[in-house]
Design a protein around this ligand. Sequence first.
Ligand SMILES: NC(=O)c1ccc[n+]([C@@H]2O[C@H](COP(=O)([O-])OP(=O)(O)OC[C@H]3O[C@@H](n4cnc5c(N)ncnc54)[C@H](OP(=O)(O)O)[C@@H]3O)[C@@H](O)[C@H]2O)c1
Length: 321
Amino acid sequence: MRAIAGTDQLFVTTLPDPEPEPTDVVIDVVAAGVNRADLLQRAGHYPPPPGAVDTLGLEVSGRISAVGRHVSDWSIGDEVCALLAGGGYAEKVAVPAVQVLPKPLGVDLISAAALPEVACTVASNLFDTAHLDNGELLLIHGGSSGIGTHATQVAHALGIRVAVTARTPDKLARCQDLGADILIDYSTEDFVQVVRDSGGADVILDIMGAAYLERNVKALRTGGRLVIIGMQGGIKAELPIGTLLSKRATVHGTMLRSRPVEGVGSKAEVVASTRRVTWPLIDEGRVRPIVDSTFPLDDVEAAHARLDSGGAIGKVLLTMG
Ligand SMILES: NC(=O)c1ccc[n+]([C@@H]2O[C@H](COP(=O)([O-])OP(=O)(O)OC[C@H]3O[C@@H](n4cnc5c(N)ncnc54)[C@H](OP(=O)(O)O)[C@@H]3O)[C@@H](O)[C@H]2O)c1
């Protein structure tokens, strides 16, 4: 099969077709999502977890072409998308059956590749970790990102007020189209002040890490929950413990890729709760995959450059056809 290899320069190579373990399925890949984590892995900052293949690619869509002998939930020919620990930039990938989701109704098979990573990240962090509730205020940093465009739609569909940060008026306008109520241009406005003027955030979904830690805690209201999922602003900062305690607030950190396949806190649990919470919203058309651009596998460098440019709104995809 054709697959992407390399780090400094990515290139198409030929690898042996994967064989399914007894609890795996093999997917003939139609499209693969490009994630910021892929750029980090390529730069040597985000190594694959033990046991995972070292080729890039955390999510795919496609058709099942082989089924392990212990798998009963999926059949050859099923149209699916899947969360991976790696290996998605390839024509075929083997994945534990518990990490597979059905292609949602009304979503084409290519666009379905834009869903697993964002949907699983958003559902697990907002609901399983932060227990975000109806009527609360959610602050999402990077509202126009792959994660942000999805989180905004899901929260809006569930009656949650959404504030977003982004860098330009056109990105903020797109966030508003997706359901954001409070638009904050972080290059000209102080998000702490804007959010406090609305009573403070009940939950913050943060991708900036160290750079925003102190301000995020200030922006929380009493009982607020800060969930850090990214380190784009660094990994070391001082936590204002006095403010945290007086607000009875909590700080969480999570990473999807390093979760075990099964058991407590596993990818299997996350995929199951995402299917329960988010898939009906997508099936009903209330949440859509937001695809910025698609590139053929041979143009993988251009796909990475597009995500790296900061111009993308939503997801960048690679297609195998
Ligand atoms: N922990 C996990 O399990 C997990 C899973 C998935 C993703 N993530 C993380 O989530 C983040 C988003 O992932 P993605 O694939 O959706 O990336 P992406 O589409 O490339 O988005 C990156 C975003 O960062 C925003 N940004 C940059 N500087 C900012 C600042 N100072 N304030 C607010 N926003 C800022 C950019 O917005 P502007 O263009 O407006 O600046 C852009 O929207 C990444 O950090 C990724 O590593 C974590």
